[in-house]
Design a protein around this ligand. Structure first.
Ligand SMILES: [Fe+2]
Ligand SMILES: [Fe+2]
Length: 205
């Protein structure tokens, strides 16, 4: 991971800047500057995401393993099971929203991944919280069958499988857990190729 994102990816104070004070008066020349700075900044996304994921280190929240270990173990299980890199990256990042989205953490991961992954992988990450609830909601006074609201959805089985085989099993302090460095190349690869974005047409000009 780069240690100098601010310099490398366009946040340094000596970088070129647009001249407008009101966006309505911005010009094509302004946006040429902003566009080239955006490319630099966007290239730093994988490193920013990895740094944010690392914030989960040491955060147990009462669980048997900390949230980073849980994330790494989920990804390790998916990788060992032969899942492709996009799926493994989804597994690695599925709980990255725990720090900023304490009441809706799956939405954060889903939003970060949305430009880069398939519809089914996006849906799986977005809904994993409800599906994981099958294993514990009844212990905290909730309906463990909350996921049944999606029973007829085409990606119900995919998401139930993610929880049954990977997310739900990734709480073992003694299980194999590959380090974050193992997954970094996959994160860089997957988060460098946006498949969908409202800015895509402008980026490809
Ligand atoms: Fe989760
Ligand atoms: Fe999880």
């Amino acid at each position: 991971m780069s240690q100098d994102d601010g310099q490398v990816h366009g946040q340094a104070n000596d970088r070129p800047r647009a001249a407008f004070t009101n966006m309505e008066t911005s010009t094509q020349a302004d946006w040429a500057i902003i566009g080239s700075e955006f490319v630099r900044f966007a290239q730093g996304l994988p490193d920013r995401v990895l740094k944010h994921l690392a914030l989960l280190d040491g955060d147990y929240g009462g669980f048997p393993v900390d949230r980073l270990t849980h994330s790494l173990q989920t990804a390790t299980l998916a990788h060992k099971d032969g899942r492709d890199e996009e799926y493994v990256v989804c597994a690695l990042l599925h709980d990255i929203g725990d720090t900023l989205g304490s009441y809706n953490h799956p939405d954060i991961a889903a939003a970060i991944l949305k430009p880069f992954v398939s519809d089914e992988n996006h849906w799986m990450v977005e809904k994993h919280g409800v599906f994981q609830g099958y294993y514990f909601f009844h212990h905290i006074g909730l309906n463990r069958d909350m996921r049944d609201a999606y029973r007829t959805h085409p990606w119900f089985a995919r998401t139930a499988e993610f929880c049954a085989k990977y997310d739900g099993f990734a709480f073992d302090p003694n299980a194999e857990t590959k380090p974050l460095s193992f997954f970094e190349p996959m994160v860089h690869k997957v988060l460098s190729r946006p498949k969908r974005s409202i800015y895509a047409a402008a980026m490809n000009r």
